[in-house]
Design a protein around this ligand. Structure first.
Ligand code: DGL
Length: 265
């Protein structure tokens, strides 16, 4: 492995930046390649076979082009489908992002948890199996959002997104239960990496306070576990941002916080 490991972080768009941010904080010494498959965004609207047929060969091309030491699929909509295919075809270690149902159910006091993801993610057999295996007696409500990932992209790009539109996507997560609040939803899993981009607004617009489960810190810990420890060099290696559409983007300034302050090439 080179002195600075190369970590490739992949998503359908800008949502994986919320995962990248945590990984960069854990491994500031690494070289980062962030790939947004915006030519195929949003993944939530594609069928399962289409996503597998798109992502598996594309990751192969990216591995050939960038020789990463580790690949993070920072997308629930893809990870709930493609991880076994990727591991079967490529030797590079992979880390995926799947709905954090186990920790959410472990921390819920009212035993009522909602999972907010793309329609694809909440319909997956993978997600249903996580609920069967890890609900720990909780009632889990699956909420498939058609628009929230696109709204998060728009907001990050500086487009006005109304509270009304965000509240409409959020509302089905909040189940009131009994009047004394003992059975109302107290935990919401952010099962799409785009949603933490809207964190401040989700907290403000929630009908009542809940615990929001963002798996990004856990993913960053997993990445750190899989890489050899830093060799003592504290200098940051470079970073690259690739959009598969090759459309020109004027986002550099908005992106630097996610890259730990560096401006991606
Ligand atoms: N960021 C993606 C996820 O975690 C999906 C957004 C989309 O492309 O629909 O599921």
């Amino acid at each position: 492995m080179a002195l600075a490991p190369t970590i490739l972080v992949f998503d359908s768009g800008l949502g994986g930046l919320t995962v990248l941010r945590e990984i960069v904080a854990t491994r500031p010494d690494a070289h980062y390649v962030y790939v947004a498959d915006d030519a195929f965004f949003p993944y939530g609207r594609h069928g399962e076979d289409q996503i597998i047929a798109r992502v598996v060969p594309l990751i192969g091309e990216l591995i050939a082009a960038h020789t990463p030491d580790l690949v993070v699929i920072a997308c629930n909509t893809a990870s709930t489908l493609v991880m076994s295919h990727l591991r079967a075809q490529y030797l590079v270690p992979f880390v995926g992002t799947v709905p954090a149902i186990k920790p959410a159910c472990a921390q819920s006091k009212t035993k009522r948890v909602s999972v907010l993801g793309t329609r694809g993610t909440v319909n997956r057999e993978y997600t249903k199996a996580l609920i069967r295996d890890f609900a720990q007696g909780c009632e889990v409500t699956l909420v498939g959002s058609a628009e929230l990932a696109a709204l998060a992209e728009a907001a990050l790009s500086g487009v006005e997104v109304s509270d009304h539109d965000l509240s409409a996507e959020l509302a089905p997560c909040f189940i009131a239960g009994s009047e004394d609040h003992a059975a109302r939803t107290d935990t919401v899993v952010l099962a799409c990496t785009h949603y933490p981009l809207l964190m401040d607004r989700l907290v403000r617009l929630a009908p009542w306070p809940v615990g929001w489960i963002d798996p990004a810190p856990a993913i960053a810990r997993r990445v750190a576990d899989l890489l050899p420890p830093p060799n003592g060099e504290t200098d940051q290696a470079g970073a690259e941002m690739i959009f598969t559409s090759r459309r020109p983007h004027a986002l550099s300034r908005a992106l630097t916080p996610f890259f730990g302050g560096r401006i991606p090439a």
